[in-house]
Design a protein around this ligand. Structure first.
Ligand code: SF4
Ligand code: SF4
Length: 427
């Protein structure tokens, strides 16, 4: 039996596609009628809701759903809360969705302006966690995992995305200001800006070391940046914070810089839009805008079995709801025509070894995939390094038997984490 694969590429794109020249203007997605914010906390566990239906929200106003991590967003519009509901993401992720109906007259919250003179981590966390680029402020306040290195990542996540390159090339003054703010509010001495090799020139004194990642995909993967450029080791199962490293996208740092320069919390997310022909363009949308509004602005209609992907062709995730919002870390929206999605099959592995040859971390994928197909996730982790996978997607891309290896890997990691959570709960 043949079935459609998750992604399809018809030529070996193994290099990051550079942004030749940034456009003078990018498409502005019109302000939406309503926005949705996804709080990274399950609705079912949110017993101490701090937002209510009917609450008024101003642009730039912190919204706190509860006291837990992931419980903060910032208003990108002015309006009224009309719904608070559970929201299911992929691989069992559960969120609390807050929908705000937008009113005609925009009002800006003035709270942040009082924080400008004396920047500190708590006010930056309150107003800027959830800003474009999704600054990971929660990770900077975890006393159990002190950070000694901040990495500002200007290399896009995937081969066709140009969002970070655009910020690097067009908003560098905000990046420099953001670096200064980060140093002041965190006290971290080592700040590193990672750019792609083709952008590695003429930075002067910016308050950070500048390192170059190779142009060959996936050299910009955070795990490879840590091992190849920082010369640090992240063991399987460890987070970057476990070894004292915290990643910021360059857009997140520019958001910090712009906020403290202009006294206003940024609310527009830059996205790379990749259409059905593979053409790329850049757009700006209010965080929380339904992706349907982006499609409408581009005049794109989704037909049956077309695929909508958040992210790029190698590692993006399919979205099945056109009301799904643009999030603070949505760097790309990719529309794939049903005719350009190649088939995958349930043919067996023929041991050709192509996947092993391309894997940047030398995983014995031909063996791993057998255990994943059999649902033996713990064995896959213990014997075939499931948790060492850095999720680049190259193995799926090259597999001659069209086995959706990368999807099996994501599923395997998810199931493994579920099993461990269940075991911990029973202890
Ligand atoms: S996605 Fe595949 S090729 Fe990439 S690191 Fe994981 S196993 Fe290796
Ligand atoms: S590329 Fe596919 S067929 Fe070849 S060894 Fe890897 S899993 Fe097997």
């Amino acid at each position: 039996m043949l079935k459609r694969s998750f992604f399809g590429l018809t030529q070996p794109w193994l290099k990051y596609e550079g942004l030749a020249e940034p456009p003078d203007r990018i498409r502005q997605i019109p302000p939406p009628d309503q926005v949705t914010y996804l709080f990274d906390t399950p609705f079912e566990k949110t017993t101490d809701l701090k937002l209510n239906i009917g609450d008024s929200i101003k642009r730039g106003q912190p919204m706190v759903i509860n006291d837990g991590p992931g419980g903060t967003q910032v208003g990108s519009v002015t309006g009224t809360v009309t719904a608070i509901t559970p929201y299911a993401g992929d691989f069992g992720r559960r969120y609390t969705a807050v929908t705000v109906k937008v009113v005609d007259t925009e009002v800006t919250d003035s709270g942040f302006s009082a924080c400008l003179e004396s920047p500190d981590i708590e006010s930056a966390r309150a107003y800027l966690a959830g800003a474009p680029g999704n600054p990971p402020m929660d990770r900077l306040v975890d006393s159990e995992k002190p950070i000694d290195t901040l990495v500002i990542d200007a290399v896009d996540d995937d081969i066709l995305i140009g969002t970070r390159q655009y910020v690097l090339k067009t908003d560098f003054p905000s990046v420099i200001k953001g670096i200064d703010i980060l140093r002041r509010i965190t006290g971290v001495e080592r700040i590193v800006l990672v750019v792609s090799r083709e952008s590695f020139q003429g930075y002067g004194h910016i308050g950070a070391d500048v390192l170059a990642a190779d142009l060959k995909y996936p050299a910009g993967n955070p795990y490879l940046i840590v091992s190849n450029l920082l010369k640090k080791e992240v063991r399987a199962g460890q987070s970057f914070e476990d070894i004292g490293v915290c990643f910021f996208s360059i857009e997140a740092v520019a958001s910090l810089g712009r906020a403290y320069t202009e006294g206003d919390v940024p609310v527009n997310k830059i996205i790379t839009f990749i259409d059905k022909n593979g053409a790329r363009s850049l757009a700006a949308a209010r965080i929380g805008t339904p992706v349907a509004d982006v499609l409408s602005a581009y005049g794109v209609t989704l037909n049956e079995r077309d695929r909508l992907i958040f992210g790029g062709p190698m590692t993006g995730r399919a979205v099945y709801d056109i009301e799904h919002p643009i999030l603070a870390d949505t760097d790309a929206v990719f529309v794939q025509d049903r005719e350009s999605i190649p088939y995958s099959s349930d043919y067996p592995c023929i041991n050709c070894g192509d996947c092993i040859r391309v894997c940047p971390v030398n995983i014995p994928i031909d063996m791993l995939v057998r255990f994943l197909e059999a649902g033996q996730f713990q064995e896959a982790a213990d014997q075939y390094a499931l948790e060492s996978c850095i999720e680049c997607g190259l193995c799926s891309y090259v597999c001659v038997s069209k086995i959706p290896i990368f999807q099996y890997i994501r599923l395997g990691k998810y199931e493994l984490s579920r099993e461990r959570l269940a075991e911990a709960a029973n202890d």
